[in-house]
Write a protein that binds this ligand. Structure first.
Ligand SMILES: Cc1ncc(COP(=O)(O)O)c(C=O)c1O
Length: 406
């Protein structure tokens, strides 16, 4: 490990600041290597990763099976475009369709692209299947949502930082309070083609809706012939203890929207999955992506789905998540004002009288734990699902000491 004097971190931070747009406010740590739950910075300091790339690293850094699949594919074929079919494509789509219980899959790259795909497909379904008059389709979304950063998606954000000065905005969306079934029912009209929701709102601070909300949304959408689009980009793929967060209420949405961990922490892989009636509305030339469903992405994606098929990660998230939440709840009233979440995913509100979320994150970093704040007072905890019991206890002890609860 380097001493403070010859630390490479300050200059590496300064260089990164100098040559990029300041669209993030990263913690001043410069990571060079990682394995499992642990990352190592340019000075050789180790940190327990409690963010997991916003759940893109559910299986840990450099999971051996995923890395092996990527290496093997790199040696054979990396890109064809969708102009041709490659030999990894069908298996990935078939396995993901089976995992979601849907008929068809359409792979893309980033989460935002998958959400855009969902919006386009829902609108087309609305015009062609439901019979909504041309140009009138409405999609209902929730306040405090986070679905990505494209111009259409930020058009229905309620976060001023995400929205301001990026107009003119895409019309066709109505925002209702999250978790309020009555408000949602009131907003549905004959032009409504879809309800787009995060089953747990991640960026908003890991907000879990009231029990019965997701099944209520399902019932409402079925009654009113409206598509339920579940954005499982952050909540899905074992993060909450089930394969998808909607599974906690035995709900099957009309469309699963997936991303992040689908790429195994190696490549950007996203996808939507839906019935033939819904995804079947797309015809050649109407949607696509050069890199979407490329051979490398599919090879990694196949291994990701195989890992999920074992159920091991869902089980780990349930069991270890129980431990995490139990230990976090013990900090309530001692510098923590609220703990929310499910499985290995928690939003922890720090008493603003004690310190801000950013200050807590910085102090945790100094102790070798990486977590990220949101909305001023909240820190989000989402370790890789390969984390061990003693590592969870160590991390919560660091948090307790940082906020003076120990
Ligand atoms: C629920 C949800 N949807 C969509 C996105 C956007 O994904 P990406 O950053 O890959 O575009 C995110 C990213 O945080 C997310 O959490």
């Amino acid at each position: 490990m380097n001493s403070i004097v010859d630390s490479r971190t300050p200059s590496a931070v300064a260089e990164a600041e100098r040559y990029t747009a300041h669209n993030y406010h990263p913690l001043p740590v410069v990571i060079a290597e990682a394995e499992g739950c642990w990352v190592t910075d340019v000075d050789g300091r180790r940190y327990l990763d409690f963010l997991s790339g916003y759940s893109a690293l559910n299986f840990g850094h450099r999971h051996p099976g995923l890395i092996a699949a990527a290496h093997a594919q790199l040696d054979k074929l990396t890109l064809t475009s969708r102009a041709f079919i490659h030999d990894q494509f069908a298996e990935f789509c078939q396995r993901l369709a089976a995992l979601t219980g849907q008929d068809l899959v359409l792979p893309m790259n980033t989460g935002a692209e998958a959400v855009e795909t969902a919006i386009k497909v829902a609108r087309k379904w609305g015009y062609q299947v439901k019979g909504v008059p041309d140009g009138q389709a409405k999609i209902i979304v929730a306040a405090d949502n986070f679905h990505g950063r494209t111009t259409t998606i930020i058009s229905f954000s309620t976060d001023e930082d995400a929205r301001a000065d990026f107009g003119p905005y895409t019309p066709g969306f109505e925002i209702v309070p999250y978790g309020d079934l009555e408000a949602l029912a009131d907003a549905v009209d004959e032009y409504t083609v879809a309800v787009l929701l995060e089953p747990i709102q991640g960026e908003a601070g890991v907000l879990v809706p009231p029990d019965g909300y997701l099944s209520g949304v399902r019932a409402l959408c079925s009654q009113r012939n409206v598509l339920f689009l579940a954005d499982e980009i952050q909540s899905g793929l074992a993060r909450t203890g089930r394969t998808f967060a909607v599974d906690h209420e035995d709900v099957r949405p009309d469309m699963h929207i997936m991303g992040k961990a689908l790429g195994g922490g190696i490549v950007p892989v996203s996808a939507v999955a839906a019935s033939r009636e819904v995804l079947g509305v797309l015809q050649p030339g109407q949607h696509g992506s050069t890199f979407g469903g490329n051979p490398l992405a599919c090879a990694v994606g196949i291994e990701v789905v195989k890992l999920l098929e074992t159920g091991e990660y869902q089980k780990r998230s349930t069991e270890l998540g129980g431990l995490l939440h139990e230990q976090l709840r013990a900090l309530m009233g001692r510098g923590v004002t609220a703990v929310r979440g499910r499985g290995l995913w928690a939003g922890v509100d720090i008493d603003p009288g004690v310190m801000s979320g950013r200050q807590a994150s910085e102090k945790l970093m100094a102790r070798g734990m990486l977590a990220k704040d949101t909305h001023g007072t909240t820190i989000r905890l989402a370790p890789p699902l390969v984390i061990e019991e003693d590592e969870i206890s160590w991390a919560v002890r660091q948090l307790a000491e940082v906020i003076g609860a120990a």
